[in-house]
Design a binder for this molecule. Structure first.
Ligand code: ZN
Length: 147
C-alpha cells in the first residue's frame, strides 16, 4: 500500500478495515449479482434494492484485496439515492478516474482511488464492484468476470 499518498491510503485502509454496507440483503426485495476478478482473486456479491428507478439500498459481501473491498465500500456509500442512469454515469466517471488518475468533476471520496491509475493491474480490483453492480441493475444472473 506504500504506493498511495497518505490521505488516500488512510481512507482506503479505513474502508478495508471497516467496510460500510457489508451485509446481505434478501432477494427479493434485493437483486444480486456476483463478480470475480481471477487476476487478484477478488470475489464480490452486490445487492441492490430499487424503488422504481432509484437505488434505495445497496450492499456487498465478499473477499478480496484492500483495493477491491475499499472500492466496494466507497461505491455503496456513493450510490444510495441515485437513479440507475446516475449510477451508470458515475461508473463511467469512476472508470476514467482509475484509468487516467484524473477526476472529471467532484467525485468526493471515490477520488481516493485515483492512485490506482498508476498500477494498471489494480484497475480490475477497483472496478470489480462497479461491473457487478451493473449486472445487478440489469438483473443478469450469470456471474461477472473481469477476464
Ligand atoms: Zn484485488
Amino acid at each position: 500500500m506504500s504506493e498511495f499518498n497518505d490521505l488516500y491510503q488512510e481512507l482506503i485502509l479505513d474502508h478495508n478495515k471497516r467496510p460500510r454496507n457489508r451485509r446481505v440483503i434478501p432477494c427479493p426485495p434485493g437483486r444480486r449479482a456476483e463478480g470475480h476478478n481471477p487476476l487478484c482473486g477478488d470475489r464480490v456479491t452486490i445487492y441492490v434494492v430499487m424503488d422504481g428507478d432509484v437505488i434505495t439500498d445497496v450492499s456487498f459481501e465478499g473477499k478480496g484485496c484492500a483495493i477491491s473491498t475499499a472500492s466496494a465500500s466507497l461505491m455503496t456509500e456513493a450510490l444510495k439515492g441515485k437513479t440507475r442512469a446516475e449510477a451508470e454515469k458515475l461508473f463511467g466517471r469512476f472508470y476514467d478516474l482509475v484509468t487516467t488518475g484524473h477526476a472529471v468533476d467532484d467525485m468526493d471520496k471515490l477520488e481516493a482511488l485515483a492512485g490506482v491509475a498508476e498500477y494498471p493491474a489494480r484497475v480490475k480490483c477497483a472496478t470489480l464492484a462497479w461491473h457487478t453492480l451493473k449486472a445487478a441493475l440489469e438483473d443478469k444472473p450469470e456471474p461477472v468476470s473481469t477476464e
